[in-house]
Design a binder for this molecule. Sequence first.
Ligand SMILES: Nc1ncnc2c1ncn2[C@@H]1O[C@H](COP(=O)(O)OP(=O)(O)OP(=O)(O)O)[C@@H](O)[C@H]1O
Ligand SMILES: [Mg+2]
Length: 353
Amino acid sequence: MTPDEIPEENCEEAADETLGGASRAGAPGPAPAPDASDAVLCRGLRYAFGETRAVDGVDLSVRAGEVFGLLGPNGAGKTTAIRCITTLLPVPAGMVRVFGHDTAKERMAVRRLLGYVPQQLSADAGLTGRENVTLFARVFDVSRRERAARVEQALAAVGLTDAADRLAKTYSGGMIRRLELAQALVSAPRLLMLDEPTIGLDPIARTSVWDHINAVRAATGMTVLVTTHYMDEADQYCDRVALMHHGRIRALGTPDELKSALRVRRRTAPAPATTGTSAHPSPASTSHPHFSASPLSSSPLSSPPSSAAPSRSSDAAPTLEDVFRDVAGSGLDEQSGDFRDVRSTRRTAHRVG
Ligand SMILES: Nc1ncnc2c1ncn2[C@@H]1O[C@H](COP(=O)(O)OP(=O)(O)OP(=O)(O)O)[C@@H](O)[C@H]1O
Ligand SMILES: [Mg+2]
């Protein structure tokens, strides 16, 4: 069935399917006053899969117009948090607002504001690029009158006009990711959420994806919330980043602020002779404006010593990867992620590679 053959009345159903069959969440706790200048506001967000507390009390705000990076090791809870914000998952505890709209009470209003590129494949290999984008235009309720023009704009925005009539299965990994970007952009979202948009791509394809994101941003002022494992991308493209580990935000700030704060901590921390790199914040760092004091101070990480720890020379300028290791702990190989996480990451890398 081509996108145009889907009956109009089935599109709301399809929208529910595409963005998940989320049931309404329970009543949130005392909500802060809505602030539409925050693109995203999370307070005390929690989500558990059985015994696994995937998101364990996240407080976060993403300012309108910024590119915000959510970083963290495999299994940190990034995708789960993103899915709560998209309304794909209900919010069983805490509160999430998107441009002031409560995801629990105004699910469709929230969905109309956002575009979402999931970690997993969202393009249909058996459809052409144009058909895939048209399908999303219908699913996201782009009016019939505007639809054709918006599809062409979205394809052009990601540089796929010439390949629009080829089947997606003939696309390279980078083209598929750009196609998924077009699918998310076709509804002209105010908030674009990208879960690992460049995983498995070569450096040129990665740059191309970011160039297209930035061009659309410059033209529309759209807010971008992105997860990535590539620290260089986060450093280069994100205005602010949050480092998540074991379901909590451990540090938050601009990349430069976080790197400077680490440099200060390295200078002031006691010699590491037997303790390795510690993610425990020093008293100075907990009150440092660049780190979110409450998550850090209320739940410090305990990290085993590791030979993989970076050099602690106080002269070396820390990188964002150093910050990541410092915050997430250096025993990542042993601690982080489980079979599900590995399978998910590899599946994603394979299909785009
Ligand atoms: N559908 C599910 N059922 C059970 N547990 C899940 C499910 N999805 C995620 N989890 C678990 O929740 C935790 C957080 O997973 P999540 O996918 O949110 O992490 P992530 O930070 O996105 O990881 P990655 O970087 O590998 O994408 C992990 O322990 C994961 O195994
Ligand atoms: Mg993920």
